[in-house]
Design a protein around this ligand. Structure first.
Ligand code: GCB
Length: 601
């Protein structure tokens, strides 16, 4: 950060604080002391990037007789964190540029402790300043990041965060997407207080080999004089094991036969780890996930996916990104009411609390990074950014039994650079987490009226990249986007595109809740229900298809949706923003009820 500000008349290309070093992952945060910085913050938008000239990160107050001061944190607009600015400040409904957050807080540093300032997510770029000093920057709108602030906290602190929601051509997502780009500090901000040497990483999973099962745990400490060992306890399983640490790292494999976590029996165990003066805990389910031929296996048994897709958006009339506990209960409660055993959290990492709840409720989860539509597959900086987002997500949710797949992309052009990009991300996911499947969703549709059985269709869309992945999603909107080709759902003959478990990861149709008419009459509930009925009749006959996750649980905001019914909302939801279920909800629920009775038909 240069000390001398540029002159005010210059257009700014500011020198940024250093980014979080690639590969640096936030510390394990559960079951330890955390100080919340959520609540009342102040916000100032900054479309001209004046904050870099005026140095918005330093303390300033206007003195009555003093020289003019052009900003005062305490008089900026009040906002709540976590939360997007779009739904909190009327004038910012469509603002998606840079903005500055400020908050004061008191703190009592303790001798010998270390502190980390952790952000659950900031969309899209964040630059963080504490007490006038830059801490660092982070790119990626949906994953956590942290900065060590040991020795930098005082009794009274000023925290300033520049959050830039500008969608970038080289970013992920890039400038073309079908949802709403909520800006701001959209997840919690907190300080983790840890001993000088502490447990930075802890992960645990079930492993099976030759008919025997083990609990495999890994611990990583950070700090001087790492202890020689850590202790792992799972009381309910009678596990009390020592993990030898070398250079602060260690792993252990303990023969154990826990009750398996599954959607039918979401059993969780309390797990505790201690090392030196530090101790963390988590609630963890044990299960295995694998593929065999065209089957998706959970605990060695084939699963038929009864899924639904969802965005991270409040299911209320105005929308909003930051989910509250009641919103999460609603979203996942409705998925359960549909009879789901699976949710696809599209198209970016949702708040960590969703997977935790899915653990408790017994829902399998597909998680995803925002590699979507026009990504710059040739750009090494874009790849580095996507690798970082994927790594941060895997690091965050590794202990969640509900999560079965890491998806590396959605609906991308079938070009060699896409294939290389996917192969790179899939290899990374496998290296970081060999216990789960890699996945991606591919678009299969044709021009209205074209032959649904044209063999080039599948080949042209998917290609050899499928073999780099474990679980394949097909997005297809037969009966909707190809309206003039009605009848195609009855005529289409699908071939399995690859020897892998394949699901329909999207299908659907739009309807304005409360608008009624006849099947075929677009934007009516009857038409949407009719498309679902015909889709389900088709899918029922496909023995290779391992399930579906229709698009989507709730209507969601999207500025590209601009007809008289949509008015800024994608209306493919089974539920309207106010919570009202459309007719198609019942159609899918009945289908799932039937599938549950005959899980293997
Ligand atoms: C898709 C995309 C999804 C869109 C949906 C639609 O294929 O994956 O993000 O919102 O179609 O409604 O067209």
């Amino acid at each position: 950060m240069s000390k001398r500000p540029p002159p005010f008349y210059q257009a700014l290309d500011p020198q940024r604080p250093p980014a979080v070093p690639a590969g640096r992952m936030p510390a394990f945060g559960h079951g330890r002391e955390r100080v919340s910085l959520d609540g009342a913050w102040r916000l100032q938008i900054d479309p001209m990037r004046t904050g870099y000239v005026s140095r918005y990160w330093v303390e300033r107050r206007q003195e009555v007789w003093g020289p003019p001061v052009e900003f005062e944190h305490d008089h900026w607009t009040p906002v709540r964190v976590p939360g997007d600015w779009n739904t909190q400040v009327r004038e910012l409904a469509h603002y998606d540029g840079p903005a500055w957050y400020a908050r004061r807080f008191a703190f009592r540093p303790r001798r010998g402790e270390r502190c980390f300032l952790r952000f659950g997510a900031a969309n899209y770029i964040a630059e963080v300043f504490l007490n006038g000093e830059p801490l660092g920057a982070h790119e990626g709108g949906f994953t956590p990041f942290e900065f060590e602030v040991t020795g930098k906290l005082r009794a009274k602190n000023l925290l300033v965060v520049m959050v830039d929601a500008t969608v970038r051509l080289d970013g992920a997502p890039t400038r073309n997407y079908d949802w709403f780009n909520y800006g701001g500090l959209t997840r919690s901000v907190e300080i983790l207080r840890v001993p000088r040497t502490f447990i930075r990483g802890f992960r645990i999973a079930l492993a099976e080999e030759r008919g025997r099962s083990f609990v495999h745990a890994e611990v990583e400490t950070d700090g001087p004089g790492s202890p020689k060992s850590a202790r792992l306890r799972i009381r309910e399983l009678g596990v009390d094991a020592r993990i030898a640490l070398k250079g602060g790292r260690g792993a252990v494999r303990i023969p154990a036969d826990p009750e398996r976590w599954s959607p039918e029996n979401p059993k969780l165990y309390a797990v505790e780890v201690s090392a030196g003066a530090d101790r963390v805990s988590d609630r963890v389910g044990f299960r295995t996930v694998a593929r065999r031929g065209r089957e998706l296996l959970v605990n060695g048994l084939p699963v038929y996916v009864r899924g639904i897709c969802m965005h991270e958006e409040r299911p209320v009339p105005g929308g909003g990104r930051a989910l509250r506990p009641a919103d999460m209960d609603r979203l996942l409660g409705e998925a359960k009411a549909l009879g789901c055993n699976f949710v696809r959290l599209a198209h970016y990492p949702h708040t960590e609390e969703m997977a935790r709840r899915a653990d408790r409720l017994g829902l399998l989860v597909w998680e995803e990074i925002p590699v979507y539509w026009g990504i710059q597959f040739r750009n090494p900086a874009t790849l580095a950014n996507c690798r970082q987002q994927l790594a941060e997500l895997i690091r965050r949710d590794y202990n969640r039994a509900s999560v079965v797949a890491w998806s590396v992309g959605n609906e991308t052009p079938n070009v060699p650079e896409r294939d290389r990009f996917f192969a790179n991300l899939a290899a990374l996911a496998r290296r970081l987490d060999p216990t789960r499947l890699t996945a991606a969703a591919f678009y299969s549709d044709r021009k209205p009226g074209s032959d649904p059985n044209d063999p080039r269709r599948l080949r042209g869309v998917f290609g050899p990249v499928l073999r780099k992945l474990d679980l394949i999603g097909i997005n297809q909107y037969m009966g909707w986007y190809s309206a003039p080709g009605r009848g195609e759902l009855e005529r289409v003959r699908w071939e399995p595109p690859v020897e892998r478990p394949v699901i329909f990861s999207e299908l659907g149709a739009e309807a304005l809740a409360g608008r009624h008419g006849r099947p075929g009459e677009r934007w009516t509930e009857e038409d949407q229900a009719d498309v679902y009925r015909r889709q389900l009749a088709m899918i029922r006959k496909l023995d290779w298809c391992r399930g579906l996750a229709p698009w989507i649980l709730c209507d969601f905001r999207s500025l590209r949706r601009a007809n008289r019914w949509q008015k800024g909302w994608n209306q493919k939801g089974l539920i309207a923003p106010g919570g009202r279920r459309k007719l198609a909800f019942g159609v899918l629920r009945d289908f799932y009820k039937d599938r549950r009775r005959n899980p293997h038909d």
